[in-house]
Ligand binder design. Structure first.
Ligand code: C2E
Ligand code: CA
Ligand code: CA
Ligand code: CA
Length: 280
């Protein structure tokens, strides 16, 4: 039995080594991904539930790996956070999205309804010069801060008082702040109300239950129950069925995002989606 156990452990160690090697290789590749032009951005429309028209979109990062193909951000973003790569990737996507926003505002004028949301990781938000660099990217790209939303997660917001201060400085630049994956964290309501948050993005794990049983519907309803008192708007993430959309509308959600409307798409397709749906 001892031999077998030893053997098992040996096998276990080996597979752990392989996994560690794999992660090490992937993070080495990730460091080269930006300079090698393997990182790109997709845009997923966000819909106004009352009009059914798109009002903006979220920018989502993709990594086209030369051998492994398209790698999901659920895999490479956590890796990038551990290695610190997220800082460079984060500035790249901000620059890219702001530049694109400036192109659209020039092309379609002041009446452009498009608001563009960019994800900001906790690690990036905690960089001491983050706000200065956002300001500098705004200046360099000419993007109107009023068209931009920065999405932060609850951990990023509530981990430190410094982060709250950063958010206040960001808002002073004119950008809006969205609290991403709302409901999955464990912050109290009072903490949330102390934070300078303009939008809540209710996580798809709750949204998927909106049209299921009574409990699922109640949760989705209660998650935004207080927002109207505080001028906070709500976006439902991961809306996949017309039944979910109907419930969300009924519960007072203003905006929705999900495969029911559109998948993340290249900037040119997003632009066409917009011009086809709205008078820009
Ligand atoms: P997230 O910020 O919560 O983004 C929403 C995710 O839900 C996206 O996954 C989107 O493609 C997916 N989604 C949208 N509609 C539906 C739907 O109807 N059904 C389902 N099942 N999924 C839907 P994606 O693009 O794979 O991104 C995963 C996560 O990676 C993001 O979650 C975000 O946390 C992170 N991420 C993506 N891009 C960036 C980025 O540029 N910077 C940072 N820091 N994180 C990013
Ligand atoms: Ca997001
Ligand atoms: Ca989210
Ligand atoms: Ca998420």
């Amino acid at each position: 039995a001892k031999t077998a156990g030893g053997h098992r452990w040996h096998w276990f160690d080996q597979s752990m080594d392989d996994a560690a090697d794999d992660a090490a290789r992937l993070s080495a590749d990730l460091r080269q991904a930006l300079p090698n032009g393997q990182i790109f951005a997709l845009y997923q429309p966000i819909i106004d539930l009352t009009t059914g028209l798109p009002v903006g979109g979220e920018v989502l990062m993709r990594w086209q790996h030369p051998e492994r193909g398209l790698i999901s951000p659920d895999l490479f973003i956590p890796l990038a956070e551990r290695t610190g790569c997220i800082v460079d990737l984060g500035y790249w996507i901000l620059e890219n999205a702001f530049r694109q926003t400036a192109v659209w505002q020039d092309r379609y004028g002041d009446h452009t309804p498009a608001k563009i949301s960019v994800n900001v990781s906790a690690r990036q938000l905690s960089e001491p010069d983050f706000v200065d660099r956002v300001q500098e990217i705004l200046r360099r790209t000419g993007a109107d801060p009023g068209r931009l939303v920065l999405e932060v997660t609850e951990t990023a917001v509530f981990a430190t008082a410094v982060a709250v201060h950063q958010l206040e400085r960001l808002k002073a630049l004119g950008v809006r702040i969205a609290l991403d994956d709302f409901g999955t964290g464990h912050s109290s309501l009072s903490l949330l109300l102390d934070c300078p948050v303009d939008l809540l993005k209710v996580d798809k794990s709750f949204v998927s239950g909106a049209a299921a049983d009574q409990a699922g519907a109640l949760i989705v309803k209660n998650l935004i129950g207080f927002t109207s008192d505080f001028a906070i708007e709500a976006v439902a993430e991961g809306v996949e069925t017309p039944e979910q959309a109907a419930r969300l509308r009924q519960f007072g959600y203003q905006y929705a995002q999900g495969y029911l409307y559109a998948r993340p798409m290249p900037a040119t397709d997003f632009e066409h989606y917009f011009t086809a749906a709205t008078v820009m």
